[in-house]
Design a binder for this molecule. Sequence first.
Ligand code: CA
Length: 293
Amino acid sequence: MNCEVLSEASCLLGECPVWDHHAKKIYWIDIFKGDIHRLDPVSKQYERLSTGKVMGSIALRKNGGIIAAIERSFATIDYATSEIQVIAPVEPGPAFNNNRFNDGKCDPAGRFWAGTMSTEGASGAGSLYCLDTDLSVQTRLRNITCSNGLAWSPDHNILYYIDTARRNVAAFNYNLVDGAIKNGRIVISIPEVMGYPDGMTIDAEGMLWIAMWGGSQVVRYNPHSGKELCRIALPVSLVTSCTFGGDSLEDLYVTSATTGLSSAALAEQPLAGSLFVIPSTGYKGTSVFEFGR
Ligand code: CA
Protein backbone atom coordinates (compact mmCIF):
# COMPACT_ATOMS: atom_id res chain seq x y z
CA MET A 1 0.00 0.00 0.00
CA ASN A 2 1.11 3.48 -0.95
CA CYS A 3 1.61 6.09 1.73
CA GLU A 4 1.38 9.80 0.82
CA VAL A 5 2.01 12.93 2.89
CA LEU A 6 -1.19 14.91 3.15
CA SER A 7 -0.09 17.70 5.46
CA GLU A 8 3.37 18.63 6.60
CA ALA A 9 1.94 20.80 9.41
CA SER A 10 4.43 19.27 11.82
CA CYS A 11 2.91 18.04 15.06
CA LEU A 12 4.77 17.50 18.29
CA LEU A 13 2.19 14.85 19.09
CA GLY A 14 -0.19 14.45 16.16
CA GLU A 15 -3.18 12.34 17.15
CA CYS A 16 -6.86 11.58 16.90
CA PRO A 17 -7.68 11.71 13.18
CA VAL A 18 -11.44 12.12 12.77
CA TRP A 19 -13.26 11.99 9.44
CA ASP A 20 -16.12 14.47 9.00
CA HIS A 21 -18.37 12.66 6.53
CA HIS A 22 -20.68 15.67 6.16
CA ALA A 23 -18.05 18.22 5.17
CA LYS A 24 -15.65 15.58 3.76
CA LYS A 25 -12.79 16.91 5.86
CA ILE A 26 -10.20 15.29 8.08
CA TYR A 27 -9.55 16.63 11.58
CA TRP A 28 -6.51 15.80 13.67
CA ILE A 29 -4.95 17.35 16.77
CA ASP A 30 -1.60 18.16 18.31
CA ILE A 31 -1.97 17.09 21.94
CA PHE A 32 0.87 19.22 23.29
CA LYS A 33 0.26 22.36 21.21
CA GLY A 34 -3.51 22.14 21.66
CA ASP A 35 -4.07 22.61 17.94
CA ILE A 36 -7.05 21.22 16.02
CA HIS A 37 -6.15 20.86 12.33
CA ARG A 38 -8.81 20.57 9.63
CA LEU A 39 -8.15 19.75 5.99
CA ASP A 40 -10.21 19.16 2.88
CA PRO A 41 -8.11 16.44 1.22
CA VAL A 42 -9.50 17.27 -2.24
CA SER A 43 -9.30 21.08 -2.34
CA LYS A 44 -6.40 21.10 0.17
CA GLN A 45 -8.17 23.91 2.06
CA TYR A 46 -6.50 23.87 5.48
CA GLU A 47 -7.43 25.48 8.81
CA ARG A 48 -6.02 25.36 12.32
CA LEU A 49 -7.58 26.24 15.65
CA SER A 50 -5.04 26.79 18.43
CA THR A 51 -6.55 26.39 21.89
CA GLY A 52 -3.29 26.55 23.83
CA LYS A 53 -4.57 23.74 26.05
CA VAL A 54 -3.29 20.18 26.30
CA MET A 55 -5.91 18.25 24.39
CA GLY A 56 -6.16 14.46 24.56
CA SER A 57 -8.82 13.83 21.93
CA ILE A 58 -11.79 15.18 20.01
CA ALA A 59 -14.91 13.91 18.28
CA LEU A 60 -17.61 15.61 16.27
CA ARG A 61 -21.05 16.44 17.71
CA LYS A 62 -24.23 15.51 15.86
CA ASN A 63 -25.55 19.04 16.21
CA GLY A 64 -22.29 20.64 15.08
CA GLY A 65 -19.11 21.57 16.85
CA ILE A 66 -16.63 19.42 18.71
CA ILE A 67 -16.61 17.41 21.91
CA ALA A 68 -13.16 17.19 23.47
CA ALA A 69 -11.16 15.75 26.33
CA ILE A 70 -8.99 18.69 27.43
CA GLU A 71 -6.51 18.51 30.32
CA ARG A 72 -8.78 16.72 32.87
CA SER A 73 -12.19 17.84 31.61
CA PHE A 74 -14.76 17.01 28.99
CA ALA A 75 -15.56 20.16 27.03
CA THR A 76 -17.25 21.45 23.91
CA ILE A 77 -15.42 23.54 21.34
CA ASP A 78 -16.94 25.80 18.72
CA TYR A 79 -14.49 25.65 15.83
CA ALA A 80 -15.76 28.90 14.30
CA THR A 81 -15.53 31.05 17.45
CA SER A 82 -12.88 28.93 19.27
CA GLU A 83 -15.07 29.09 22.39
CA ILE A 84 -14.39 26.30 24.88
CA GLN A 85 -17.00 25.28 27.42
CA VAL A 86 -16.13 22.82 30.16
CA ILE A 87 -18.91 20.27 30.64
CA ALA A 88 -17.56 17.84 33.18
CA PRO A 89 -14.24 17.79 35.03
CA VAL A 90 -12.85 14.38 36.00
CA GLU A 91 -10.14 13.53 38.55
CA PRO A 92 -10.41 16.72 40.64
CA GLY A 93 -7.93 17.56 43.36
CA PRO A 94 -4.16 17.71 43.69
CA ALA A 95 -3.74 13.91 43.64
CA PHE A 96 -4.44 14.01 39.90
CA ASN A 97 -2.42 17.12 39.02
CA ASN A 98 -0.01 15.07 36.91
CA ASN A 99 -2.74 13.35 34.91
CA ARG A 100 -4.15 14.39 31.56
CA PHE A 101 -6.72 13.10 29.13
CA ASN A 102 -5.45 11.04 26.20
CA ASP A 103 -7.15 9.20 23.31
CA GLY A 104 -10.95 9.23 22.96
CA LYS A 105 -13.75 8.34 20.54
CA CYS A 106 -17.54 8.21 20.24
CA ASP A 107 -19.37 4.92 20.59
CA PRO A 108 -22.24 3.72 18.37
CA ALA A 109 -24.81 5.25 20.78
CA GLY A 110 -23.22 8.70 20.63
CA ARG A 111 -21.36 8.63 23.96
CA PHE A 112 -17.80 10.00 24.10
CA TRP A 113 -15.17 7.75 25.71
CA ALA A 114 -11.73 9.03 26.74
CA GLY A 115 -9.07 7.87 29.14
CA THR A 116 -6.40 9.50 31.24
CA MET A 117 -2.73 8.86 31.90
CA SER A 118 0.02 10.15 34.14
CA THR A 119 2.31 12.68 32.43
CA GLU A 120 5.12 11.21 34.53
CA GLY A 121 4.50 7.62 33.46
CA ALA A 122 3.10 6.47 36.80
CA SER A 123 1.75 2.93 36.41
CA GLY A 124 -2.02 2.46 36.75
CA ALA A 125 -2.71 6.15 37.51
CA GLY A 126 -5.29 6.61 34.76
CA SER A 127 -8.89 5.58 34.12
CA LEU A 128 -11.23 5.18 31.16
CA TYR A 129 -14.29 7.47 31.30
CA CYS A 130 -17.48 7.67 29.31
CA LEU A 131 -19.37 10.93 28.84
CA ASP A 132 -22.98 9.96 28.22
CA THR A 133 -25.28 11.97 25.97
CA ASP A 134 -27.01 13.35 29.11
CA LEU A 135 -23.56 14.72 30.10
CA SER A 136 -23.18 12.34 33.06
CA VAL A 137 -19.76 10.69 33.41
CA GLN A 138 -19.16 7.01 34.17
CA THR A 139 -15.80 5.53 35.12
CA ARG A 140 -15.53 2.40 32.98
CA LEU A 141 -12.02 1.14 33.83
CA ARG A 142 -9.46 1.96 36.53
CA ASN A 143 -5.77 1.10 36.93
CA ILE A 144 -4.92 2.26 33.39
CA THR A 145 -1.37 3.39 32.60
CA CYS A 146 -1.63 4.90 29.10
CA SER A 147 -5.20 4.99 27.80
CA ASN A 148 -5.20 4.79 24.01
CA GLY A 149 -7.00 3.14 21.08
CA LEU A 150 -10.74 2.48 21.16
CA ALA A 151 -12.87 0.69 18.56
CA TRP A 152 -16.30 -0.91 18.47
CA SER A 153 -17.03 -4.06 16.47
CA PRO A 154 -19.27 -3.63 13.40
CA ASP A 155 -22.10 -5.47 15.22
CA HIS A 156 -21.67 -3.08 18.21
CA ASN A 157 -21.26 -5.97 20.66
CA ILE A 158 -17.55 -5.59 21.49
CA LEU A 159 -15.33 -2.73 22.63
CA TYR A 160 -11.64 -3.12 21.77
CA TYR A 161 -9.27 -1.12 23.94
CA ILE A 162 -5.54 -0.45 24.21
CA ASP A 163 -3.63 0.43 27.36
CA THR A 164 -0.31 0.98 25.58
CA ALA A 165 1.80 -0.08 28.56
CA ARG A 166 0.25 -3.56 28.44
CA ARG A 167 1.27 -4.14 24.81
CA ASN A 168 -2.03 -5.77 24.02
CA VAL A 169 -5.59 -5.24 22.84
CA ALA A 170 -8.36 -6.12 25.27
CA ALA A 171 -11.92 -6.94 24.23
CA PHE A 172 -15.00 -6.32 26.38
CA ASN A 173 -18.62 -7.31 25.89
CA TYR A 174 -20.27 -3.95 25.24
CA ASN A 175 -23.89 -3.05 25.98
CA LEU A 176 -25.10 -0.53 23.42
CA VAL A 177 -28.08 0.48 25.58
CA ASP A 178 -26.25 1.59 28.74
CA GLY A 179 -22.59 1.58 27.65
CA ALA A 180 -21.60 -1.01 30.26
CA ILE A 181 -18.60 -3.23 29.52
CA LYS A 182 -17.73 -6.60 31.04
CA ASN A 183 -15.79 -9.82 30.56
CA GLY A 184 -12.46 -8.20 29.64
CA ARG A 185 -10.00 -10.53 27.90
CA ILE A 186 -6.80 -10.12 25.89
CA VAL A 187 -7.32 -10.78 22.19
CA ILE A 188 -4.06 -9.52 20.66
CA SER A 189 -0.58 -9.51 22.20
CA ILE A 190 2.02 -7.34 20.54
CA PRO A 191 5.73 -8.20 20.77
CA GLU A 192 8.21 -5.42 21.50
CA VAL A 193 9.72 -5.56 18.02
CA MET A 194 6.43 -4.29 16.50
CA GLY A 195 6.40 -1.03 18.51
CA TYR A 196 3.93 0.10 21.17
CA PRO A 197 0.22 -0.17 20.25
CA ASP A 198 -1.23 3.36 20.21
CA GLY A 199 -4.40 4.53 18.42
CA MET A 200 -6.55 2.19 16.33
CA THR A 201 -9.52 1.88 14.06
CA ILE A 202 -11.66 -0.99 12.79
CA ASP A 203 -12.77 -1.95 9.28
CA ALA A 204 -16.10 -3.27 8.03
CA GLU A 205 -14.77 -6.84 8.29
CA GLY A 206 -14.13 -6.30 12.00
CA MET A 207 -10.34 -6.27 11.66
CA LEU A 208 -8.27 -3.81 13.72
CA TRP A 209 -5.74 -1.34 12.30
CA ILE A 210 -3.26 -0.41 15.01
CA ALA A 211 -0.76 2.47 14.88
CA MET A 212 2.60 1.42 16.32
CA TRP A 213 4.43 4.06 18.36
CA GLY A 214 8.15 3.52 17.76
CA GLY A 215 7.30 0.86 15.18
CA SER A 216 7.07 2.94 11.94
CA GLN A 217 3.93 1.11 10.86
CA VAL A 218 0.23 0.46 11.02
CA VAL A 219 -0.61 -3.23 11.42
CA ARG A 220 -3.91 -4.92 10.57
CA TYR A 221 -4.90 -7.66 13.03
CA ASN A 222 -7.67 -10.21 13.28
CA PRO A 223 -9.02 -9.84 16.85
CA HIS A 224 -10.75 -13.23 16.64
CA SER A 225 -7.52 -15.18 16.04
CA GLY A 226 -5.04 -12.61 17.42
CA LYS A 227 -3.09 -12.96 14.16
CA GLU A 228 -1.38 -10.23 12.20
CA LEU A 229 -2.80 -9.77 8.67
CA CYS A 230 -0.66 -7.08 7.06
CA ARG A 231 1.73 -4.22 7.76
CA ILE A 232 1.84 -0.73 6.26
CA ALA A 233 5.23 0.96 6.58
CA LEU A 234 5.42 4.69 7.31
CA PRO A 235 8.56 6.85 6.84
CA VAL A 236 8.40 7.95 10.50
CA SER A 237 8.93 6.02 13.72
CA LEU A 238 6.28 7.58 15.98
CA VAL A 239 3.03 6.46 14.32
CA THR A 240 0.21 7.50 16.65
CA SER A 241 -3.26 6.80 15.27
CA CYS A 242 -5.34 6.06 12.18
CA THR A 243 -8.87 6.27 10.84
CA PHE A 244 -10.70 5.57 7.63
CA GLY A 245 -12.14 8.44 5.60
CA GLY A 246 -12.83 9.60 2.08
CA ASP A 247 -16.02 9.29 0.03
CA SER A 248 -16.16 5.50 0.39
CA LEU A 249 -14.29 5.27 3.74
CA GLU A 250 -11.46 3.40 2.03
CA ASP A 251 -8.64 5.90 2.59
CA LEU A 252 -6.62 5.43 5.77
CA TYR A 253 -5.46 8.63 7.50
CA VAL A 254 -2.46 8.26 9.80
CA THR A 255 -1.03 10.74 12.33
CA SER A 256 2.54 10.93 13.65
CA ALA A 257 4.73 12.72 16.17
CA THR A 258 8.13 14.31 16.69
CA THR A 259 8.14 14.56 20.47
CA GLY A 260 11.22 13.11 22.11
CA LEU A 261 13.03 12.41 18.83
CA SER A 262 16.74 13.27 18.83
CA SER A 263 18.04 15.75 16.26
CA ALA A 264 19.67 12.81 14.48
CA ALA A 265 16.36 10.95 14.32
CA LEU A 266 14.60 14.10 13.10
CA ALA A 267 17.17 14.48 10.34
CA GLU A 268 16.54 10.87 9.28
CA GLN A 269 12.75 11.28 9.26
CA PRO A 270 11.99 14.82 8.04
CA LEU A 271 8.30 13.91 7.65
CA ALA A 272 7.85 13.08 11.35
CA GLY A 273 4.80 14.88 12.73
CA SER A 274 3.01 14.88 9.36
CA LEU A 275 -0.44 13.59 8.48
CA PHE A 276 -0.32 10.73 5.99
CA VAL A 277 -2.94 9.04 3.84
CA ILE A 278 -2.96 5.57 2.33
CA PRO A 279 -5.49 6.09 -0.48
CA SER A 280 -7.81 3.32 -1.67
CA THR A 281 -6.68 0.64 0.76
CA GLY A 282 -9.20 -1.84 -0.63
CA TYR A 283 -10.69 -2.02 2.87
CA LYS A 284 -13.61 0.00 4.15
CA GLY A 285 -14.00 1.66 7.54
CA THR A 286 -17.10 1.52 9.71
CA SER A 287 -19.46 4.47 10.27
CA VAL A 288 -18.04 7.48 12.04
CA PHE A 289 -19.88 7.96 15.34
CA GLU A 290 -20.66 11.45 16.61
CA PHE A 291 -21.56 12.75 20.06
CA GLY A 292 -25.20 13.15 21.05
CA ARG A 293 -28.51 11.43 20.54
CA1 CA B 1 -2.33 7.97 21.45
